[in-house]
Design a protein around this ligand. Structure first.
Ligand code: 13P
Ligand code: SF4
Length: 311
């Protein structure tokens, strides 16, 4: 079956938009109406006039799109496409934790469930987290959830002392300095770009730390011809497309392959995308009260980002 043609036909018939994250398989990235990082995807979801939103990403991303579009149908090709970072922060446990610090505001990384978003004051992404933290006075007490690596990175960069929830991304946190140093020895002329979900020692080695979009732009604009990428394998597709003459190597997760795939992102396939557009299922549904509460910190993030010229 020619899924590309079939998906394209259905998308037009149904006035659907396909939003895809950079970690999706190349075929899905190539057919998407928009590919981006979490910030770009949230912005696109907030602005779309499509009747149907198909999210080729993971559950928290599709939930964010639903929160921003409560009256639209939002589909996720595989409802099992979760996220270890989101799963590391159960709302009941987080509620108990944050209650102990009533003088702190809660900043949550967008990689969290709607249950955490509704308990948050502002949402951040890897594309705006540093700037949003810096928009608060230096003495503002802050709880940062759920990624302790991103939170630790911001603390180091800004000299803050945010309280960190102990969550990690199983894909980025497992990358080691040993694997990177090995690649650096073999490729001394390569620059290292890293996603801030990586562990602190990995980030210290990096020439550049940033969101998927920021890493992509850096590899396009930097004069180096070789890049070691401490992130998920999917991002290499756009890097290679945008800079065909440059060489990209992902930091391997172990000795078994030269790859580092997110098992959740890779649950989406062209077949599942086609079936989901055809049957208009699986659909993301959330109680309206959750939507109303979770929308406020997401909109705050979008407003701050607009004011700062980040989107
Ligand atoms: P960004 O694309 O927003 O940098 O986030 C990466 C990520 O963790 C998606 O899972
Ligand atoms: Fe979650 Fe990590 Fe996968 Fe992103 S790469 S969806 S943070 S598990």
């Amino acid at each position: 079956m020619d899924y590309t043609t079939a998906i394209d036909k259905l998308r037009k018939e149904k006035n659907a938009i396909i939003l895809a994250h950079y970690y999706q398989i190349p075929e899905i990235q190539d057919i998407a109406d928009y590919i981006g990082d979490s910030l770009g995807l949230a912005q696109k979801a907030a602005e779309t006039d499509a009747d149907l939103i198909v999210f080729a990403g993971v559950h928290f991303m599709a939930e964010t799109a639903k929160i921003l579009n409560p009256n639209k149908k939002v589909l996720l090709p595989d409802l099992e496409a979760g996220c270890s970072l989101a799963a590391s922060c159960p709302p009941n446990d987080f509620k108990k934790f944050s209650k102990k610090y009533p003088d702190h505001i809660v900043l949550s990384y967008i990689n969290c469930t709607a249950g955490i978003k509704e308990l948050s004051d502002v949402i951040v992404t890897s594309g705006n987290a540093v700037q949003i933290v810096e928009s608060f006075p230096k003495d503002q007490k802050i709880i940062f959830a759920p990624d302790k690596n991103l939170g630790g990175y911001i603390n180091n960069l800004t000299g803050r002392d945010m309280l960190l929830w102990d969550g990690t991304c199983e894909v980025h946190d497992l990358l080691t300095t040993e694997a990177i140093i090995q690649l650096k020895i073999e490729n001394p002329d390569a620059k290292l770009v890293a996603h801030p979900e990586c562990d602190g020692p990995v980030l210290e080695l990096a020439d550049m730390v940033g969101s998927t979009t920021a890493m992509l732009k850096y590899t396009q604009n930097n004069s180096s011809k070789k890049f070691i990428v401490a992130s998920e394998t999917g991002i290499l597709h756009q890097m290679q497309k945008n800079s065909p003459k440059k060489v990209f190597m992902v930091v391997p997760k172990d000795e078994t392959c030269n790859c580092n795939d997110c098992p959740y992102m890779k649950m989406n396939t062209m077949e599942k995308l086609y079936k989901c557009l055809l049957d208009e299922t699986p659909e993301i549904n959330l109680p309206i009260e959750v939507i109303q509460r979770a929308k406020k910190p997401i909109n705050k993030m979008l407003n701050i980002s607009r004011k700062m010229g980040l989107i």
